[in-house]
Design a protein around this ligand. Structure first.
Ligand code: F6R
Length: 600
């Protein structure tokens, strides 16, 4: 979703801002802009569409040592040059970029901006116009900024330039992610450390309702009451090469291929010096005290939660409910007496999940976040964090984070089981090693997956994924992958549910991808395949070694039955990737989508 960058220092800021925005492209956006400030004033360049278009529009002759930049994912107002950020106040004195949603923007407009002519349809423009109004009424800029922030309801990450103070970028944050990066003779602002890794790996986290005065030499964090806050920086443990595509045509393909490596890294990270899987004692104690686990997540992470429920219930014998975050926040179910919450989020920034975290913390419940991003909002605000160690996931479609989530959930379930005196009949370290080897075989089967995508999906307008038990959950993930990047209408169904309505959609040639990895439901799912084939469908069965029959299109390398989702999802990721390529879709940046969904 929207991204922010800012730079103040001794170098020309244009290129640093543009490069930063390019690193934020993965978050999803529909327009972009920068504003740079020099002795002549503030120069704004903005365009609808890609950063490359913005780059062409930037006047290279303008040199400036301070600036802010933005990628916009439209919420208020259509994607357009006018609605793109930065936005300027009518006096042109103030220029501002903003991420988030200002819920009371029309109230503020009516109260403070009667007679002010607005140029855009955005909630953001209200902020900059209100700041200008307060300054024109006599407030100092910092005071006007603080007063405006105190009026805002909703989420924001803001960077503001004042034409009359070329030494400062004013910054503020509430609910939307924002970091300040530190350098020698410069400082930067970024929604995400990745954006500014090119210039620094030292970052200071900002908390909600804090504002920051950033100059070339200093960073002063203050609360909205004006109290100065001291906070030590941390080193962003990201390798700049992790965020490059290298020789890959797309991040998604690179990230699919990284899965065996990530699997091995997770095993290693969660082993103690004796090779035993280990989880923080405090987390285990919270499981011990809980009578029910509630998993909260969105999208792919929700699908990982569905599989995670199986792990925790079957291995550790604790009941689990899995909830879509956006529903839970306003429709909370009746909770058990001693609930424990698990938030699963690749980015750790998903606003829907965060809203639930805030609610359950207010109720006094314990929360564990499973995330790929150390220091992310969900990680900071939960009691405990388990990291995915998957490395940055740049492609909008989540792949390696999903399998990493499954692996961490399996480890959590196995270690919890052990701590509750339950003996498992398999060695998870060994079985995850076998999974990593299986993943390698699948990543090498690209030609076959491309062929399947060509054969089944080149021209179809829809596709169904069916499975029973855990295969149903993997089918849901497969269908999400396919729809989000190829725009084929794809749905996942429980095999047994087909007859209750969905089978009416089957026509001659409708592709139905069926997963058959579970022995106890193998006959059932094969029966469902027969039912759809009898009605003209074109079934593509992906089965587990040992369960295969002659009609199967692809046989997966054998892994432990509890862990099949870790391998069965890979063909679905690859098939989706090739289907999107065959249809000329923008694989890494699908239309309308954002990587990190930071608005509710
Ligand atoms: C799909 C996808 C999204 C995310 C969802 C939650 O490929 O990436 O469905 O899974 O937006 O994001 P996180 O996991 O960052 O909370």
């Amino acid at each position: 979703m929207c991204g922010i960058v800012g730079y103040i220092g001794q170098q020309d800021s244009k290129e640093i801002l543009l490069k930063g925005l390019e690193k934020l492209e993965y978050r999803g956006y529909d327009s972009a802009g920068i504003a740079v400030m020099n002795n002549e004033g503030i120069h704004v360049f903005k365009e609808k569409g890609r950063i490359a278009t913005l780059r062409d529009a930037v006047n290279q002759d303008v040199a400036a040592n301070a600036g802010i930049g933005h990628t916009r994912w439209a919420t208020h107002g259509v994607p357009s040059k006018v609605n793109a950020h930065p936005h300027q106040s009518n006096s042109s004195r103030f220029t501002l970029v903003h991420n988030g949603v200002i819920e009371n923007y029309s109230i503020l407009k009516n109260e403070f901006l009667q007679g002010v002519e607005l140029k855009s349809d955005t909630d953001t423009e209200i902020i900059v116009q209100v700041i200008d109004k307060f300054v024109s009424e006599g407030l100092e800029v910092e005071e006007a900024f603080r007063k405006t922030l105190a009026l805002l309801k909703g989420s924001y990450a803001i960077a503001l330039l004042d034409e009359l103070n070329k030494e400062t970028i004013y910054v503020a944050k509430n609910k939307s992610p924002l970091l300040v990066g530190l350098g020698e003779n410069f400082n930067v602002v970024a929604s995400d450390a990745m954006a500014m890794l090119q210039v620094t790996d030292q970052y200071v986290e900002l908390m909600d309702k804090e504002m920051v005065i950033v100059t070339e030499e200093s960073v002063t964090i203050k609360t909205l009451d004006g109290n100065v806050v001291e906070r030590a920086p941390y080193t962003a443990e990201l390798d700049a090469s992790d965020i490059e595509k290298g020789t890959y045509p797309h991040y998604m393909l690179k990230e699919i291929d990284e899965q065996p490596l990530v699997m091995r890294k997770i095993i290693q990270k969660y082993q103690d010096e004796n090779g035993k899987l280990t989880i923080d004692q405090d987390i285990l104690q919270s499981f011990d005290e809980a009578d029910r686990v509630y998993i909260i997540a969105a999208g792919t992470s929700y699908h990982a939660g569905l599989v995670g429920k199986q792990f925790i219930e079957k291995m550790a014998n604790i009941p689990v409910e899995v909830h879509v975050a956006s529903e839970f926040s306003y429709n909370m179910p009746l909770l058990s007496a001693k609930p424990l919450f698990i938030f699963i989020s690749q980015s750790g920034e998903t606003a829907d999940s965060r809203a639930v975290l805030v609610q359950v913390k207010e109720l006094g419940y314990k929360a564990l976040t499973i995330t790929n991003v150390q220091g992310s909002t969900l990680s900071r605000e939960a009691d405990f964090t388990l990291l995915l160690h998957a490395g940055p996931e740049i492609a909008v479609a989540s792949t390696k984070a999903y399998t990493a989530q499954l692996a961490v959930l399996a480890i959590l379930a196995a270690v919890t089981a052990e701590s509750r005196g339950i003996e498992l009949d398999f060695d998870l370290v060994k079985e995850l090693g076998i999974v990593a080897n299986g993943m390698e075989v699948l990543c090498d089967a690209k030609e076959e997956m491309e062929e399947i995508a060509r054969e089944y999906l080149s021209t179809t307008r829809n596709c169904f994924f069916i499975g029973r038990a855990v295969d149903f959950y993997v089918g849901l993930e497969g269908s999400l992958k396919l729809k989000e990047i190829s725009y084929i209408q794809a749905e996942g169904f429980a095999g047994g549910e087909l007859k209750h309505g969905t089978i009416a959609l089957i026509e001659n040639g409708t592709p139905v991808i069926a997963l058959a990895t579970q022995e106890h439901v193998n006959l059932g799912i094969r029966g469902n395949v027969k039912e759809v084939a009898a009605r003209g469908a074109n079934p593509c069965i992906i089965s587990m070694k040992g369960l295969e029959t002659e009609e199967d299109r692809y046989v997966l390398p054998l892994v432990h039955e509890a862990l099949t989702p870790l391998v069965s999802v890979i063909p679905l990721q690859l098939i989706s990737y090739y289907a999107a390529l065959h249809r000329d879709c923008d694989v890494d940046k699908p239309r309308n989508l954002a990587k990190s969904v930071t608005v509710e």
